[in-house]
Design a protein around this ligand. Structure first.
Ligand SMILES: [Zn+2]
Ligand SMILES: [Zn+2]
Length: 267
């Protein structure tokens, strides 16, 4: 159940000419915090839509507040959000491939949205990835889906490479680093799947802490064109066999007897 968002007439007027339905759709399912008190707004709790206006930079943007914290109204601020501030949450998942499971990174992206002078929200981040060969998929399939349209792991996106070292991955395009993502949490099975030479990279919006098990938010993001996908040629930089493994089991196991072993544990 998406949350109910109350929008007053002044706020409607403030977003005149803007696709307000798209904004509401985005805000109704996302993890949001109250612009007034800073506390999170429950996923199913009602909220008021506000328009925040920065006169100096001539930008306005939508936000939510708790009904107890204020009305749906236009608020002015002297501080504008930094559109360059981008951060990611990453989940490791397995997709169906033509020749077996293909590892994937599902990335929930925050930031990188610019508001134009007319108030239109422009997704600079996804648009930027699209220029690098990322595509907008219509549908995303699980490793186990019977009718899955499998990923062709031998058909990587030109120029896109990934370097996996420990629990860090660096994404490069034509050798230039795009992003570095750390703290990957994966099982040995995922690590071994990287042996296929491909790594699917999905970058989306509003993936809700990325519940890949249910896929619901990923499918929704794909339908809303809020998800881009590409296949990177992945190179692994192996850990020394005697070092502790970087996977989820790694506290107890050495790389050589965990992910680095061909007949090691699955989980
Ligand atoms: Zn509040
Ligand atoms: Zn391991």
């Amino acid at each position: 159940m998406p949350r109910k968002i109350h929008t007053s007439q002044p706020v409607r007027d403030a977003f005149k000419g803007v696709n307000l339905q798209a904004i509401l759709r985005r805000l109704s399912t996302k993890l949001e915090s109250c612009r007034s008190c800073g506390e999170p707004i429950g996923r199913n709790s009602p909220a008021n839509l506000v328009s925040i206006l920065n006169h100096e930079k001539r930008i306005k943007w939508p936000a939510l507040i708790h009904p107890r914290c204020g009305d749906s109204a236009v608020y002015e601020t002297s501080t504008a959000p930094d559109p360059n501030e981008i951060f990611f949450e990453v989940e490791c998942a397995l997709l169906a491939g033509k020749r077996g499971p293909v590892p994937a990174l599902i990335i929930d992206a925050y930031g990188g949205l610019a508001t134009t002078e007319s108030g239109e929200v422009h997704d600079r981040l996804l648009a930027g990835f699209a220029t690098l060969g990322f595509e907008f998929p219509d549908w995303v399939c699980h490793e186990g889906d019977g009718d899955a349209d499998p990923v062709d792991e031998q058909n990587c996106t030109p120029g896109l490479t990934a370097l996996l070292e420990g629990c860090e991955v660096r994404l490069l395009h034509d050798g230039r680093e795009l992003h570095q993502l750390g703290g990957l949490r994966y099982f040995p099975r995922w690590y071994r799947a990287t042996n296929c030479g491909a790594l699917v990279v999905m970058i989306g919006r509003n993936l809700q802490g990325i519940t890949f098990d249910s896929l619901e938010y990923i499918q929704q993001a794909a339908r809303n064109k809020e998800l881009v996908q590409a296949v990177a040629a992945v190179t692994r930089i192996p850990t020394t066999p005697a070092d502790r493994c970087y996977c989820i089991n790694g506290k107890a196991r050495k790389f050589g007897s965990c992910c680095g072993s061909t007949d090691g544990p699955e989980e």
